[in-house]
Write a new protein. Structure first.
Lengths: 290, 341
């Protein structure tokens, strides 16, 4: 018996399809379904269907939290990209024998548990810690300034946590970029800056889009970081979902919030996918503009 | 063919020796039991003990409600014991297997919701109060008003527990900690919003370490936690606010689906052996309400007013009750507090 290439392809992708459907699609649909169920005062999911949760999402306290979640995630993404592009550029231009070493340096922090690295920040930002004393010495802060438990600290630790995830895809794209194009652009009269903006950045745009998604999506769902270094006013949606589950015993409402978050993640992803379809190669963009 | 043998050999440990020793699974608060007692029980009953931890009754309840199984002894606060009992999640206790129940101090049974101990046996009783750094907080007075003091802004914490945080404000205003009056709750909300501008965060677990390292100078916390922090930082002091506070009894219960109910009964009995109860109190600094153990305690613990509360203080304190559907009022107020700038 012989299998056509089409069947083979299907068979090969079957395990990952089963994985995705069983462990991603079905649970997500369950979350959507539960948000249309009534809640019971003792934490159960009731019988029948209701729109109560959807109405409850109009909670007047939510816009503040949603806005905070969005701006912190967007800022994290922007800062990570801004830092990652020069890093990746430097790594890709480094001598070949150095490159794998530099990539390893980016990966090494992952050898330490994520939570431990966040707790390390607590020590560094301690109100009587070394960093605070150093900043005091430089007269950059006042004795009463608190470095932690505010939105700034959340942003700082988010950027720290996701920076590696931004560097790696951009580095992968940069490594494949033909740096001869930059010289060609300069030969044709472009300034260095113009060559970088109009040739280099579009050339690595796919890596940048991947990096943006890889940072933005988990940042939207942050829970641990605002919980540990955030203050009384740095709650994000993830913390609110946890509160709905643990404190309020309202699973349908938590599901409703999660569904909202899922939609907030899926919609920009679809947009990006559509954009990428339209321009299959980043390099085709500058054509006709120069 | 050879490969299969290697594979099969790898699986042997999974089935072969798995049930050699019985395993008792505990679900407890962190730092809440003397480790030597665990070892002693393991040796005496030839079993292993696995511990899992929770940081709020609500988190524990939500996990069980979501289907977590396999725990043999759980240590919820008594209001939660009531909820779990009504939800049919608990196994009735067999008093014949816990002869040491005769040592339980009846004076403390009024803090539990289950004074006949059908489902829960008191494990430890404690209070919620204020822990502070005596070397840096000079103008301390034992009052919930301290959280208004801007001198310590950014260096104070309140418990990340809506009933405790709002409860402290209700007490300051002279209301019941279990109030369901919306006007009273609205006043309490405004008090907590005022406090919120001064605190570093709402925190139920890390405040201990923060107090020890002087990251936090004044915290709302549980008596035993703060007394434990005193061991590590001698500047730490514990005080019960004069307006009153909440008292709690954490009970030991056995869930209906426990795998080792006999061992679980034996463990409860073991912890109420007077000598063990005394050792445990001396380690966690909450009070194990076991009458026969009091005489075995060290002098300084026997005379510590943070452990053995003055009856006049107890008079002003209350036990937090589960409010069922009225809980929604607290959730609404808590949401408003968390969202307020």
């Amino acid at each position: 018996m012989t299998w056509g290439p089409r069947t083979k392809e299907t068979l090969l992708s079957l395990p990952s399809m089963v994985w995705l459907i069983g462990l991603f699609l079905v649970p997500t649909l369950l979350v959507f379904a539960i948000s249309f169920r009534p809640s019971t005062p003792f934490g159960g999911v009731g019988e029948g269907w209701t729109l109560e949760t959807i109405r409850g999402l109009a909670n007047p306290n939510y816009p503040t939290i949603i806005w905070r979640t969005v701006w912190i995630s967007l800022s994290t993404t922007a800062i990570c990209l801004t830092l990652a592009v020069p890093c990746a550029y430097f790594m890709a231009r480094a001598p070949v024998r150095w490159r794998s070493f530099l990539v390893m340096l980016v990966i090494i922090p992952f050898w330490t548990n994520f939570l431990i690295r966040i707790f390390a920040w607590k020590i560094m930002l301690h109100p009587e810690g070394l960093l605070k004393k150093f900043l005091l010495m430089l007269h950059l802060v006042e004795p009463r300034t608190i470095l932690m438990y505010n939105e700034g600290a959340v942003l700082l630790v988010l950027v720290y946590s996701y920076l590696s995830f931004a560097i790696l895809p951009i580095y992968a794209a940069t490594e494949k970029f033909d740096f001869g194009l930059l010289e060609a652009a300069q030969d044709l009269g472009a300034t260095r800056l113009r060559a970088l903006v109009q040739i280099f950045l579009p050339g690595i745009s796919r890596g940048m889009i991947t990096a943006a998604l890889v940072v933005f999506i988990p940042a939207l769902g942050s829970y641990v970081i605002p919980e540990i270094v955030g203050g009384p006013s740095s709650e994000m949606i993830g913390n609110k979902i946890a509160q709905r589950v643990f404190v309020d015993r309202n699973l349908p409402h938590a599901s409703g919030l999660s569904a909202l978050l899922t939609l907030a993640v899926v919609v920009p992803m679809l947009l990006v996918l559509m954009l990428q379809r339209r321009s299959p190669s980043g390099l085709s963009k500058p054509e006709g503009r120069a | 063919m050879k490969k299969w043998w290697v594979f099969a050999l790898c699986l042997v440990p999974l089935f072969g020796w798995a049930d050699e020793k019985k395993v008792l699974h505990l679900y407890n608060w962190a730092d809440y039991m003397k480790p030597e007692l665990i070892q002693a029980f393991e040796e005496q009953f030839n079993c292993r003990i696995m511990q899992d931890y929770f940081d709020s009754n609500e988190a524990m309840y939500a996990k069980l409600k979501a289907g977590a199984t396999g725990y043999d002894v759980i240590f919820p606060s008594s209001y939660m014991v009531n909820v779990m009992k009504e939800q049919g999640m608990l196994m009735p206790l067999d008093h014949d297997k816990i002869p040491n129940l005769r040592f339980i101090d009846p004076a403390y049974l009024k803090f539990t919701m289950d004074p006949v101990m059908d489902y829960g046996v008191p494990y430890m009783v404690g209070s919620t109060g204020i822990g502070y750094d005596g070397s840096r907080v000079e103008d301390f007075e034992p009052s919930w008003k301290m959280f208004n003091n801007e001198a310590y802004a950014g260096r104070m914490t309140l418990l990340n527990d809506m009933r405790e945080a709002i409860g402290a404000a209700l007490k300051l205003l002279g209301y019941s900690i279990n109030s369901t009056d919306e006007a009273e709750l609205a006043q309490a909300r405004d008090v907590v919003i005022g406090w919120k501008r001064n605190i570093a965060k709402f925190e139920s677990e890390q405040y201990k370490n923060g107090l020890v390292s002087a990251e936090f100078l004044l915290v709302q916390g549980y008596s035993g936690d703060i007394l434990q922090a005193m061991d590590e930082n001698e500047d730490v002091v514990y005080a019960i606010p004069r307006e009153g506070t909440s008292l709690a009894s954490d009970d030991m219960v056995i869930p209906v689906d426990a795998r080792e109910p006999d061992l679980a009964h034996a463990f409860i009995n073991f912890l109420h052996e007077p000598q063990n109860a005394a050792d445990n109190t001396g380690y966690v600094y909450y009070l194990c309400p076991n009458k026969a153990s009091y005489d075995l305690l060290a002098e300084e613990i026997r005379n510590d007013p943070s452990i053995f509360l003055d009856p006049a203080v107890v008079e002003k304190c209350e036990v937090i009750l589960d409010l069922g559907e009225e809980n929604a009022k607290y959730i609404k107020v808590w949401d408003e507090i968390r969202a307020a700038e």
